[in-house]
Design a protein. Structure first.
Length: 610
């Protein structure tokens, strides 16, 4: 959620870290600030609100060129989005300034202890307490990294801390525990950030910090150590993502760009994992005997990733007859779940940093349950802590509303189900035919994108709608949940999602003239049932928008607006394709409603706090 940036080197450091914050804006924030050195003092400039407010302040109080700076965009947790609560924060004697992501769980007791020793606090934040803890250690005359190390041993909770001092001028120290920090290695300059896109304009050589490690950055290099102060090796990755790829690439919003990237993402998901003969293989996955041992799958995720998990459940049960439960991570971690020792816990996560999912993962590991990650961000916590991880290879997803990551997650879950069928030689599952359909899906997705202008027209039907239903049967019912989430997230539209057959058990009472009902009707085997559900709605004055295929075209006669996607031999894949027009509908309704599409109110791209 919060954005972290840091630079040390020959460039104008304040300009660099401000640019880095701009590249992290998608993470969602409500205040921002910068710390740099001016002569013998640390200068801190910070403002509530968007970066434009901080930019105005920088113009009011020009900073003479300097070669070290740290910066932060904050998503309020402890204390509201005010100037005082914005980061960076000073210690008692303004010898250090720090920025921080995460939550210090024991900040209150630390604050009380320090206040008892005469420390004065100017904000309500846990971060300022951490600054005072570091400052108290630093006053002992130890190097900055030692002060930070000692302080970390006193902090409990999740943090990514970044610190500069007014005495050790060319040094940035950072520490990471459960909140992401990435290091950028340059030529006589070094950087850090909370996410890779903020490093790419300056370097492609990056390293994700391991849990419970510290790093010391100077112009000449980066040293990494553990919490005992022992140097640890660090794996530098060369990131292929072009800066352009992490930018909008000519599209009006990241969301529409990422919707249009889905055919390519479908190809990337399969890259290196299926051969011409339709054989499936995964890099570094459990050995084959494990798949014959597993007696249950528990998919654990949040939001869109949860909705993708529901699609995985369809296949694991339908194809493999493998009992599968899908849990909201936040419920799982506090629900004291019953877990079979032979179960597999699958963690689906785009960011790999979702706090609830990470905590659920650690619960499973404590119970010695096998864990498999299906994650997009390389080097993320969930990816590194799962026993095995399959990367979705969807590239950076910037828009808060997840689209291509959803498609990628479902593709990988489909491929995994087929891989298990291949290993188990599950009778009746023709994996090669499935794989052929998967390989051909990206072309059909291109056809779905041609519905964009029709979706733009149909979006007018949602004007003034007090409520929108999303309905379907079978896999279409799972896609309906994801379609509803999109419409909520980007268009702020009240929605009600329900299996179509459930309408008469209550939700139908909500239907009245003006209410729009979006039906997914892509399964020929269920189309007749869906038509009668549609008629129930129609009879009560609802407006019907339907997504069907050539094989379910009968639904068009009952629809007010009809979108047709290509059909495949598998209704499940039809349902997956139907997500594309549903995403386009949400996008165009949001545009009509003048919503802030890539950074919806109240939301963040990665929810790294509970
Ligand atoms: C989806 O559009 C939202 N951004 C949100 O529901 C998201 O899917 C959820 O927070 C899980 O995030 P993750 O996939 O990074 O774990």
């Amino acid at each position: 959620m919060c954005g972290i940036a840091g630079y040390v080197g020959p460039r104008d450091a304040v300009s660099v870290v401000f640019d880095q914050l701009k590249r992290l804006e998608y993470r969602g924030y409500d205040s921002a600030g910068i710390a740099t050195l001016q002569g013998e003092q640390i200068e801190v400039l910070k403002r509530a609100g968007k970066l434009t407010n901080l930019d105005a302040l920088l113009k009011e109080r020009p900073i003479s060129e300097n070669h070290i700076a740290i910066a932060h965009s904050r998503w309020a947790t402890h204390g509201g989005p005010t100037d005082e609560n914005a980061h960076p924060h000073f210690d008692e004697f303004e010898q250090v300034a720090i920025i921080h992501n995460g939550i210090i769980e024991n900040y209150q007791e630390l604050r009380d202890e320090l206040a008892h020793r005469g420390h004065r606090f100017h904000s309500q934040t846990d971060t300022e307490v951490a600054a005072h803890v570091i400052g108290a250690e630093y006053s002992q005359g130890v190097p900055l990294e030692e002060a930070v190390r000692r302080a970390c041993l006193k902090l409990r909770g999740a943090y990514a801390l970044v610190v500069i001092s007014r005495t050790e001028k060319g040094k940035i120290v950072c520490a990471r525990n459960a909140s992401p920090l990435v290091l950028g290695f340059g030529e006589h300059e070094n950087l850090l950030a909370s996410d890779i896109p903020a490093l790419l304009p300056y370097t492609r050589e990056v390293a994700v910090m391991e849990e419970n490690t510290l790093a010391v950055l100077t112009e000449e290099g980066i040293q990494v150590m553990d919490m005992l102060g022992k140097p640890v090796p660090i794996e530098i990755q060369h990131i292929e993502w072009d800066v352009e790829k992490a930018e909008r690439g000519g599209y009006e919003h990241f969301m529409i760009k990422e919707i249009y990237e889905q055919p390519e993402v479908m190809r990337q998901c399969l890259a290196g994992r299926v051969d011409e003969g339709g054989e499936i293989r995964f890099e570094s996955i459990f050995s084959e005997h494990v798949w014959n041992e597993i007696d249950r799958v528990n998919v654990i995720a949040c939001g869109t990733a949860y909705n993708a998990g529901l699609m995985g459940k369809h296949l694991f049960e339908k194809l493999l007859r493998l009992p599968t439960d899908v849990y909201h991570s936040s419920e799982f971690r506090y629900g004291d779940p019953v877990l079979s020792p032979r179960s597999l816990a699958v963690f689906v996560s785009q960011s790999g940093e979702t706090a609830d999912s990470l905590a659920a993962l650690r619960l499973c590991k404590d119970r010695r349950i096998r864990t498999l990650g299906i994650v997009n961000v390389i080097g993320s916590s969930i990816a590194r802590e799962c026993d095995r991880t399959i990367f979705t290879q969807a590239g950076p997803e910037i828009s808060v509303a997840s689209t291509k990551a959803y498609t990628a997650q479902v593709m990988v879950l489909t491929l995994l189900a087929l891989y298990i069928a291949q290993v188990q030689e599950t009778p009746g599952v023709r994996t090669r035919q499935w794989v052929n359909s998967l390989v051909g899906l990206s072309e059909l997705a291109e056809d779905c994108l041609k519905l964009d202008s029709q979706c733009q027209e149909i979006a007018a039907a949602f004007d003034g709608a007090p409520l929108t239903f999303f309905l379907g049967r079978g896999a279409d019912a799972s896609v309906a949940l994801e379609a509803a989430l999109k419409m909520k997230e980007v268009a702020y539209m009240p929605t009600q999602e329900s299996p179509a057959g459930e309408m008469k058990h209550g939700p139908l009472a909500l239907v009245e003239p003006g209410v729009v009902s979006v039906f997914g009707a892509t399964d020929p085997g269920l189309a007749d049932k869906v038509v009668s559900n549609m008629q129930e709605v129609k009879a009560r004055g609802g407006t019907l928008v339907t997504v069907g295929t050539e094989q379910t075209r009968a639904v068009q006669s009952v629809s007010d607006h009809y979108l047709e996607i290509p059909h495949t031999p598998y209704p499940f894949l039809n349902a997956l394709l139907s997500a594309i027009p549903m995403q386009l509908l949400a996008y165009h309704v949001a545009k009509r409603r003048g919503c802030e599409i890539d950074m919806p109110r109240n939301l963040a791209k990665s929810v790294t706090v509970e």
